[in-house]
Design a protein around this ligand. Structure first.
Ligand code: SAM
Length: 197
């Protein structure tokens, strides 16, 4: 598995596929172990890097991961198989906003897909969070651009950063969830239901 992980890191670099930073996935893996997390939902598989590492964190972990890009989905399936995690990682080829979930709940929901849609993902998937579970989101610093919108020329990029900033405000002002912002990698948030405390 170690070799495949290294190959995936090289592939991501070469083909410009965004994957989680090492210290962020290390934080999540540690969280999985220390909180006895078993069922995980990931929004945004890319090539399966974070899904495989999360599944490898501890023996009983099961990951469902959703990817809408066909080529990445195929690459993800290939990598999951190569690492021997076909039973632990279920890869779904669909737009996460169109997925229908029933009778499932997750101890950890990891949001790592289209940055402009974070609030939509949060609002859709919070209903599938098990008691005591957390929603973790990646890229809240967005490569250091968050909070520095005025310095950016590209209108598209400014729009995207604006939406991440709005998501951060949404988390900060959320009446249902408390959120901790963790300064690792590209910035993670960990949100827990207030009623779980
Ligand atoms: N979690 C992966 C990792 O660290 O190895 C990286 C995921 S990458 C940052 C984001 C992925 O989300 C892309 O591959 C993109 O195609 C996918 N994506 C974006 N919006 C999506 C959506 N609405 N539904 C499913 N996948 C989506």
């Amino acid at each position: 598995m170690k070799e495949t992980i290294l190959e995936m890191e090289a592939y991501a670099k070469e083909k410009n596929v965004p994957i989680i930073e090492k210290e962020s996935i290390a934080y999540i893996m540690k969280y999985i172990k220390s909180h006895n997390v078993k069922n995980i939902l990931e929004i945004g598989s890319a090539i399966g890097y974070s899904a495989i590492l999360m599944a490898s964190s501890s023996k009983e972990v099961k990951v469902t991961t959703i990817e809408r890009d066909e080529a990445r989905y195929m690459e993800c399936l290939k990598n999951v198989k190569k690492c021997g995690f076909d039973k632990e990682v279920n890869v779904v080829y669909q737009d996460a906003l169109e997925v229908n979930l029933t009778n499932v709940s997750y101890d950890l929901i990891f949001i790592d897909a289209a940055k402009g849609q974070y609030t939509k993902f949060f609002e859709k998937f919070k209903y599938f969070l098990a008691p005591g579970g957390v929603i973790i989101t990646d890229n809240l610093k967005f490569h250091g651009y968050v909070g520095k919108k005025d310095m950016i020329e590209s209108k598209n990029l400014r729009g995207l950063i604006d939406r991440i900033e709005k998501y951060i405000d949404f988390l900060k002002n959320n009446e249902e969830f408390d959120t901790e912002f963790i300064d690792v990698g590209d910035g993670l948030s960990v949100s827990r239901r207030k009623s779980d405390k």
